[in-house]
Design a protein around this ligand. Structure first.
Ligand code: CU
Length: 507
């Protein structure tokens, strides 16, 4: 059984509706093709299941056509026949039961990204989570935590198969309601950014000039000389992934109902980068965003930014005051990606038009903007040093990735843990990127605190993914407070699938 709350006016949800449960019982709905609406369909988790044996949520993994624009239909794996997957609303600390059916021929993993759940629930085979068998079912029960904007997604590796892993539509939002809701806003809008129709190319680097240009000379010499040696041997550039279509809430720009707003409204956007591989940006001409949470965790210093940047799997919660009437495109800064769909129209009441785009002034995206000013966190009990490196095109034309010289096996076997934790201790990971690629680094089942980035100390920003730019260094701290195998990896699917993973265990 699925409890769903329909949101008739798009992804817009009034605060009064926020806690109101309008549960409509609906079975598994597989309507080919699912019509995207540019909206995130929401649900509210009310009470734990009684003895009637029904789950709070049911997710069905299957393959079906999804309409991302007029006459633009992609056939993808998805949850419940729709993209994005249904919004799952939970209450912090209140146990939830979810039934997951797998209607495909491939065993699946569903990962509860950003939650501090046990290994049995987390959804990573490398940690030992059982698979949801092909044409089978798993029921899981867990205590949602911490409060904030989380999400769920497949944790299958794709390797060279662009129809597998997160290249398809297996992504959905999760919102965990906490005890307090301090935000000063009128309503919430959820946005899930996602690309479809992936293809391989040779090279084609992601521009990184949106990050502060603080690089390490030693790392760049190491990376450049490795690359030069590979090219001198006659190797081509390793494969990269590009996309044919770009969507927000499953609809291409111009193919969704606009976000309709009134002057003076304060809208809290919850934005998720659901991409398999891409970093994304968003701007709304004439407006700025006051960032109140990163990866669902409130920041100590909410500040305004004219542009938002999100690495793969990152989330931003930001309030935008509607004070510049018109019809605008809320869109990606990349002209090509925006023209191929990465945007949604914002329309003020009484205004008409197609939606105007104005390129914002150059702006560096810097996590430190939202940190405690000139603060440092407590000293760690132990520090792990990690160097990330690329072996160009070394794995059948794919770049092979390593952490401290070792690549996680690509053959499906489970590797032993490389790093060892004692419960209750505080650890620091000192990360050094000896490649020119940007890496959205993710730690499972724990949040980490950004303690150093762009050459500066930091405190108070807690995340589960952080972008580490080419030849850059950063330090993150975490407390070992959730025993069990814990996966650490780059969230860029191509990197993670080709070696960029490692495990922590508790000893
Ligand atoms: Cu990476």
């Amino acid at each position: 059984m699925i409890k769903r709350e329909e949101i008739p006016n798009g992804a817009l949800r009034s605060r009064r509706q926020f806690l109101k449960t309008a549960a409509i019982s609906a079975g598994a709905f597989l309507l080919p093709p699912a019509r995207g609406t540019g909206q995130v369909q929401g649900s509210v988790h009310s009470a734990p299941p009684g003895n009637n044996d029904r789950a709070h949520y049911t997710l069905r993994i299957g393959v079906s056509p999804v309409e991302i624009g007029r006459d633009r239909i992609v056939s993808i794996s998805n949850y419940n026949g729709q993209f994005p997957g249904p919004m799952i609303r939970l209450k912090e600390g209140q146990p939830a039961t979810v039934d997951i059916f797998n209607d495909t021929d491939i065993p699946e993993q569903l990962h509860w990204h950003g939650q501090m759940v046990p290994v049995d629930v987390d959804g990573a085979s490398e940690e030992g989570t059982p698979y949801i068998p092909a044409h089978g079912k798993r029921r899981i029960t867990f205590t949602p935590r911490p409060a904030g904007f989380r999400f769920y997604h497949t944790h299958n590796r794709a390797g060279a198969n662009l129809a597998a892993g997160q290249y398809n539509g297996l992504v959905g939002p999760v919102f965990i309601e906490g005890k307090s809701d301090p935000g000063n806003y009128d309503r919430e809008v959820f946005l899930v950014l996602k690309e479809f129709e992936p293809t391989f190319s040779r090279g084609g680097d992601m521009p990184q000039n949106f990050l502060p240009p603080v690089t390490n000379k030693h790392l760049s010499e190491q990376g450049e000389s490795a690359m030069k040696a590979s090219l001198t041997k006659g190797m081509p550039h390793g494969y990269e992934v590009g996309y044919g279509s770009f969507t927000i809430n499953g609809r291409m720009l111009g193919h969704a109902e606009p976000i309709r707003v009134k002057q003076g409204e304060r809208i809290l956007f919850h934005i998720l980068n659901g991409s398999a591989t891409e970093m994304r940006s968003l701007a709304l001409p004439g407006h700025s965003f006051r960032v109140i949470a990163l990866d669902g965790n409130p920041v100590p210093n909410p500040e305004s930014a004219p542009v938002l940047w999100l690495g793969t799997a990152e989330r931003i919660s930001a309030i935008c005051e509607m004070n510049h009437p018109g019809v605008w495109i809320l869109g990606d800064l990349d002209d090509d990606d925006r023209r191929h769909g990465m945007g949604i129209v914002v329309e003020y009441a009484g205004q008409k038009g197609k939606g105007e785009w104005v390129k914002p002034a150059p702006f560096h995206w810097n996590y430190l903007r939202f940190a405690k000013p000139s603060a440092t966190g407590p000293a760690p009990d132990e520090t792990f040093d990690m160097v990330f490196a690329k072996d160009n095109a070394a794995e059948d034309g794919f770049n092979r990735w390593s952490i401290n010289g070792s690549s996680y096996p690509m053959t499906g076997e489970i590797a032993p843990a490389s790093f060892h934790l004692k419960q209750g201790k505080r650890y620091r990971i000192r990360m050094r990127n000896a490649s020119d690629d940007i890496h959205p680094i993710h730690l499972h089942r724990h949040s980490f605190e950004l303690t150093k980035i762009f050459g500066k100390s930091s405190a108070g920003v807690f995340k589960d993914v952080v972008m580490l730019g080419g030849y850059q260094e950063a330090e993150i701290d975490f407390v070992a407070d959730n025993p069990g195998l814990t996966l650490f990896h780059c969230h860029q699917q191509l990197h993670m699938d080709f070696g960029f993973m490692s495990l922590f265990d508790y000893v």
